[in-house]
Design a protein around this ligand. Structure first.
Ligand code: SF4
Ligand code: SF4
Ligand code: FES
Length: 252
């Protein structure tokens, strides 16, 4: 079998270009294997980020033939011998080759108040979670915190909006807490303000690339938008939720 041809971005914030590499075919090869082969046999200075090689850490996010994907989950044979282009994700500043500066995620994470359950009353019976809540939250808990949905979000990517919108990944994170029946906080003010949820216009591009198939807009962003609207434009409903202890999402 002929070698598989890869075009991999080499460069840094000052510029760069695609470089061609030939990689011998290997049974079951994924794009990350090819990158490791290039590092081992062609150029050890090629920079890439990875960790689990099991589609669970999100570190190997890259643009493969123009689409954000996990390098460790992308089989080479699906391209049927055509050349494969690998570029860094565009949404974050480039450091070197396939590695970008993703520190913005750590900053945003710190701005989001964590899960805050009410203290257990002494002697209270064990709390049981309704299956419907388990199912709803399980979808959000599948998020591997990669960078794929962020890379296609036009607010973050085309409009350089990391200063005004938290983006889809953090909408999923916030939804997981906001919709937890035990959580006592409302993050509606944060979502409306610094979180910038109003900038999302529900294009659903983020859903198309999510490796976990999370319905980011339908199940996270739209219900969060409804919460923000209630809190700001329907004070009666907001009061009911606050004093009635309701945490279940709307529209279900
Ligand atoms: S639906 Fe919202 S979060 Fe998702 S890509 Fe579009 S603007 Fe971004
Ligand atoms: S929602 Fe999906 S695409 Fe976005 S960070 Fe989580 S797993 Fe990745
Ligand atoms: S290396 Fe962890 S998701 Fe690819």
């Amino acid at each position: 079998m002929a070698d598989q041809i890869f075009h991999v971005f080499r460069g840094d914030a000052n510029g760069g270009d695609l470089k061609e590499y030939a990689v011998p075919p290997m049974e079951g090869m994924v794009v990350l294997d090819a990158i490791h082969y290039i590092q081992a046999h062609h150029d050890g200075t090629l920079a890439c980020r990875w960790n689990c090689k099991a589609a669970k850490c999100g570190s190997c996010s890259a643009e493969i033939n123009g689409k954000p994907r996990l390098m460790c989950k992308t089989r080479v044979d699906e391209f049927h011998g055509a050349s494969i282009t690998v570029r860094p994700i565009k949404v974050f500043p480039l450091l070197k080759d396939l590695v970008t500066n993703v520190s913005w995620n750590y900053r945003v994470n710190k701005e989001i108040p964590p899960f805050t359950p009410a203290p257990e009353a002494p002697g209270a019976p064990p709390w049981r979670m309704a299956p419907v809540d388990v199912e709803r939250l399980f979808e959000f808990r599948k998020c591997i915190e990669c960078f794929l949905c962020q890379d296609v979000c036009h607010v973050l990517r085309e409009h350089n909006g990391t200063d005004r919108y938290y983006g889809p990944r953090f909408m999923v994170r916030i939804a997981a807490m906001e919709m937890h029946p035990k959580d006592t906080l409302s993050r509606a003010d944060l979502l409306k303000g610094k979180g910038g949820i109003g900038y999302c216009n529900i294009t659903k591009c983020c859903e198309d690339v999510c490796p976990e198939g999370i319905h980011i807009t339908d199940n996270a962003i739209i219900p969060l938008k409804e919460r923000v609207a209630d809190d700001h434009f329907d004070p009666w409903r907001a009061l009911l939720r606050r004093f009635g202890g309701r945490k279940e999402p709307r529209g279900t």
